[in-house]
Design a protein around this ligand. Structure first.
Ligand code: DAK
Length: 261
């Protein structure tokens, strides 16, 4: 697949997707969003890939939001289609049966914060900045900024960010729980790759089950979610990885997970 606005690289079990429009701080236009959809579909279809890293090209920005120039001339139908496209990609990311690490290397604003929220967790450089500035454009966040953000950092912080449109630095983003870990800029990708490799060495069935259960179980009653957890726990015993993991512990050796794809 030839991409024009993203870079797609696979190294062993790790796919790295880089949004590549640095001249406009990697703003999301319809072509980027379409190509992201194709790239995540390719990840889903490739059994060898176990973890994805999503980042932005250049050293200034992860994604500075939806492309305001492109949006400013859209008619209502085009705006609706763009909106559906963005929602479909973030949902595809959330439902992807493989973890996605956001490596936020600069501005993550509007749709940029939202796309990082659709990843499974966020690593950031010490230069990263986050915000939901849509209110300054007379609109609201449309790809999870009012929903995924409030579920992650709580309603009050989500309201302050969405209502003020303020851009916050990475220290505050870490303090409110938006970001898991912060690294000096040059250490961000090595750290993301190290964690990606650590996760890629685990079993496919258990990795997928953890992601699914934490996402799906979060919004349903606890007793229902616990039932699902028990079912999934049981299903892990259908995978050779459970035999390997427990045998390796008992035999005092490192497990080698090669379970079903
Ligand atoms: N769109 C288009 N171009 C952008 C851009 C953006 N979001 N952000 C930056 N650029 C362009 C600038 O226009 C500039 O282009 P030239 O003038 O060089 O041609 C270039 O990138 C460099 O930017 P600056 O010169 O402004 O750089 P500064 O360092 O001075 O400022 C900045 C950096 C990030 C603070 C500033 O560029 C900025 O405020 N950018 C806009 C940030 C923003 O408002 N983002 C939110 C956009 S709205 C939806 C889902 C999601 C969304 C909508 C609908 N549906 C599912 C319903 C999302 C909406 C948004 O994200």
């Amino acid at each position: 697949m030839a991409y024009e606005t993203i870079l797609y690289a696979v190294d062993g079990a790790i796919a790295t997707i880089t949004i590549n429009r640095p001249k406009v701080l990697n703003a999301l236009n319809p072509q980027v969003v379409a190509e992201l959809g194709q790239a995540f579909a390719a990840v889903a279809a490739d059994d060898e890939i176990k973890v994805v890293i999503l980042t932005g090209a250049g050293d200034k920005s992860f994604v500075a939001g939806a492309d305001i120039a492109a949006m400013s001339v859209m008619n209502p139908v085009e705006a609706r289609n763009f909106s559906r496209q963005l929602q479909e990609v973030t949902t595809l990311m959330e439902n992807l049966p493989k973890p996605i690490i956001a490596a936020v290397n600069g501005f993550a604003l509007g749709g940029g914060t939202e796309i990082s929220l659709a990843c499974d967790f966020i690593y950031a450089s010490d230069t990263a900045k986050f915000g939901q500035p849509e209110i300054n454009l007379g609109v609201i966040p449309g790809a999870g900024g009012t929903q995924r953000l409030s579920r992650l950092v709580g309603k009050n912080w989500a309201k302050e960010l969405c209502l003020t449109g303020d851009i916050i630095d990475v220290a505050l983003a870490k303090e409110i729980g938006l970001v898991n870990r912060v690294f000096p800029a040059e250490e961000l990708m090595p750290a993301a790759i190290k964690t990606a490799k650590k996760i890629a060495a685990k079993g496919r069935v258990s990795t997928r089950a953890c992601k699914d259960l934490i996402n799906f179980g979060f919004d349903i009653p606890l007793d229902h979610a616990l039932r699902l957890e028990a079912e999934s726990f049981g299903m892990c015993f259908a995978s050779p990885d459970q035999k390997e993991g427990m045998s390796a512990f008992l035999e005092k050796r490192k497990a080698e997970f090669k379970g079903s794809k």
